[in-house]
Design a protein around this ligand. Structure first.
Ligand SMILES: NC(=O)c1ccc[n+]([C@@H]2O[C@H](COP(=O)([O-])OP(=O)(O)OC[C@H]3O[C@@H](n4cnc5c(N)ncnc54)[C@H](OP(=O)(O)O)[C@@H]3O)[C@@H](O)[C@H]2O)c1
Ligand SMILES: *[C@@H]1O[C@H](CO)[C@@H](O)[C@H](O)[C@H]1NC(C)=O
Ligand SMILES: *[C@@H]1O[C@H](CO)[C@@H](O)[C@H](O)[C@H]1NC(C)=O
Length: 344
């Protein structure tokens, strides 16, 4: 070690360590997401460098250490966030759930939040008004209503005149009753497209000029597996569904299967994590990261579904999903005679 400290190689080692240490320190300071222990993070490069040199010798150790520094600098660079400053963000569907939590979260971080709500007199809106800062503005915004979108646009553009709007989060969305496609009435499909698709498109089209002005961010939320809902909601939807089904369809699916759909749906929240912080952090990253990602899949293991869906044969995905969600029941018409006799 003594020889290393006085050699040019040793000085290079010290230089790389200091440079990397400063980078790490600056990054952690500017990252809102995970502050962690700053002292530990800035000592880490020195320890890592020593370890490399001690185990691999001066030359090899330095090469490995430099490579590690390069890779982690690129990784850490992706975590650098822009300052919140006076950035303004519009969120749709802030009455409940993720949108509601996001409005509070961004307000708390100092953003100017425009919280679009489906019902301005509802409990969700009331709670936001009560618990958030004066910066938060509530907007009556049913995204299927063109008049309300226009009115919201006028209010927002009046408030953000010079700075523009930094972000729009298309969060509002409905789930409907996720039963077999054949069972759902056309009105369910139409309503889903009205809110989840046309609504989001119209909001985006309306607010894009303001985003362009600020060179800001558009964040779309979609769902790949999250299902929520309440027993009351499923009761109501199940009743409507059962009443509208033709007799022969009911016969083909089997009453037991149809009634089983709801118990399966009620079971789903047990697969869902109640902790929204990975979702909120991902949205914050999308809004503030110097280099935001094109796609976020927050939540443990959620990328796995997407990966299997995209890169594996469909039969494997179906098999995986049925095992994962332990879907056991099958519509009557698809049951094998063996299973049928077991059922009896
Ligand atoms: N929770 C999950 O596990 C999960 C997983 C993946 C993706 N997502 C996505 O995340 C987003 C939010 O989900 P969430 O779980 O927070 O659902 P949520 O609690 O039902 O929130 C959706 C919000 O949108 C509102 N909304 C419904 N129709 C609207 C309309 N026409 N205009 C404006 N607002 C409307 C709802 O108001 P009301 O409450 O008054 O109906 C509700 O406040 C959705 O786009 C969903 O697809 C959620
Ligand atoms: C759309 O919103 C406007 C303004 O709030 C309201 O007067 C109108 O009734 C709404 N239209 C529908 C179809 O809900
Ligand atoms: C988000 O939605 C808008 C339309 O609402 C669309 O133009 C845009 O491409 C979407 N962005 C991503 C990343 O999907």
């Amino acid at each position: 070690m003594d020889a290393l400290a006085s050699s040019p190689l040793g000085w290079l080692c010290v230089g790389v360590t200091v440079f990397f240490g400063v980078t790490v320190l600056r990054t952690t300071k500017r990252s809102l997401v995970e502050k962690g222990n700053v002292l530990l993070w800035s000592l880490l490069p020195a320890l890592l460098g020593l370890l490399c040199v001690a185990t691999l010798g001066a030359g090899g150790g330095l090469v490995v250490f430099c490579a590690v520094c390069l890779v982690s600098s690129v990784y850490l660079g992706g975590r650098v966030l822009l300052p919140v400053g006076d950035k303004a963000v519009l969120i749709t569907g802030s009455d409940t759930g993720i949108g509601h939590a996001l409005a509070k979260y961004l307000d708390n971080l100092g953003f100017i939040v425009f919280a679009g709500v489906l019902n301005k007199d509802g409990p969700g809106a009331e709670e936001l008004q009560r618990t958030c800062s004066q910066r938060l503005f509530l907007l009556q915004l049913d995204i299927t209503n063109a008049t309300q979108i226009r009115e919201a646009y006028l209010k927002v553009s009046e408030k953000v005149q010079n700075t523009g709007l930094w972000g729009v989060v298309n969060n509002a969305g409905i789930l409907g009753f996720p039963a077999d496609g054949e069972l759902l009435p056309m009105s369910t499909y139409r309503q889903c497209m009205e809110v989840n698709f046309f609504g989001a498109v119209e909001v985006s089209k309306t607010f894009l000029p303001l985003l362009r002005k600020s060179q800001g961010r558009l964040v779309n939320m979609s769902s790949m597996a999250g299902i929520q809902g309440t027993a009351d909601l499923w009761d109501k939807q199940e009743k409507e569904l059962m009443e509208s089904l033709p007799a022969d369809t009911t016969q083909d699916y089997g009453e037991d299967y149809l009634l089983g759909l709801k118990s399966y749906l009620l079971h789903i929240p047990t697969y869902c994590d109640a902790n929204l912080s990975p979702v909120l952090s991902a949205i914050l990253h999308a809004l503030l990261a110097k280099r935001p990602h094109g796609l976020y899949t927050p939540g443990k293991g959620s990328y796995m579904f997407l990966c299997i869906f995209c890169y594996f044969p469909l039969w494997f995905y179906d098999f995986f999903l049925s095992k994962m969600l332990s879907i056991e029941s099958v519509p009557r018409a698809l049951r094998t005679s063996e299973a049928e006799s077991k059922d009896l």
